[in-house]
Design a protein around this ligand. Structure first.
Ligand code: PXL
Length: 284
């Protein structure tokens, strides 16, 4: 019997160089066997995490025209996955696009890509955070790191914490309206990190080793692999584990190249992601 073939829409920027956002989402989601349509939120010459003098073109004004065309063609998607967004005004438009293009029952997956290591990325402010909360409110799945969760919930950011702290962050995110929460980069002991998944009210933790090198763009690789796996029918927890193992492999490969500072060399690990999804799928 033919397996159902999913088509999703991802809304995030094109950083022309930098191995993040759309240049990651397209290959990773495609590798998962899921059709990936795109709505670029902005075009930048590079990402904003370390390059100097990058260009930035906000594509907010193009979005309503693109939406109108899709609506006139009756185009619908099996999931909407948002990442780095270009402006406060854009968030409102994105909510409308999600509403008008989601097929019945299509999940909205929000990666609130706006902060890391205790700080907002360049160009974001409190107004953006406040508006991002309204996008979270309609999300079926939200994938923040600890920093993003702290900005969204208003709970103080901490570098070390315990399970009670993570639970309070998750509860606050659920109170904002998110239905399921996947918190990334959660580590309780030296040398380890992991992901905490609250799926249908049940919380589970997956721990794995923490490599000494962190790479830029791994949040985007993570969220894209999660979305791909979820669309292939894996549970949120299995998708979160699959994505975590994949990101770990990507960082492992990259740490052999100290000059490769701007992103993770995920490409050579794509076959392992494809096999992992097939293996979990086959075990169902
Ligand atoms: O990886 C998240 C991301 C996406 N897009 C742009 C960024 C960043 C992080 O810095 O700058 C443009």
């Amino acid at each position: 019997m033919a397996e159902s073939y999913k088509r999703i829409l991802t809304i995030q920027d094109i950083s022309c160089v930098g191995q993040c956002s759309l240049t990651v989402a397209l290959p990773v989601i495609s590798a998962c066997g899921v059709e990936c349509a795109v709505l670029p939120s902005a075009v930048l010459s590079t990402h904003t995490g370390g390059f100097k003098g990058f260009t930035f073109r906000d594509l907010t004004d193009d979005m309503p025209m693109i939406e109108k065309h899709w609506n006139s063609e009756g185009i619908k998607f099996d999931a909407i996955y948002t990442g780095y967004l270009g402006s406060v005004r854009q968030i409102g438009i994105v909510k409308g696009i999600a509403a008008s293009t989601a097929a019945e029952g299509a999940p909205v997956i929000v990666d609130p890509a706006m902060a890391d290591n205790g700080k907002l990325y360049y160009g974001f402010d409190d107004e953006f955070v406040k508006t991002m909360r309204t996008l979270i409110a309609g999300a079926d799945y939200v994938l923040p790191n600890i920093t993003e969760a702290s900005f969204l919930t208003g709970i103080e950011y901490r570098e070390t914490y315990d399970e009670a702290y993570v639970s309070s962050q998750i509860k606050a995110l659920l109170d904002l309206g998110a239905k399921n929460v996947i918190m990334t980069g959660i580590g309780y002991r030296e040398g380890f990190t992991g992901v905490t998944v609250c799926e249908n009210g049940e919380t589970r933790y997956y721990e794995h080793i923490k490599l000494p090198k962190g790479c830029h763009g791994t949040g985007d690789i993570y969220a894209s692999a999660f979305v791909g796996a979820l669309m292939r029918g894996l549970s949120a927890y299995d998708s979160a584990v699959t994505a975590a193992d994949f990101v770990l492999k990507c960082i492992e490969v990259t740490q052999d190249y100290p000059d490769h500072w701007y992103g993770a060399r995920f490409e050579s690990s794509l076959p392992s992601l494809i096999s992992a999804i097939a293996a979990v799928g086959a075990g169902k």
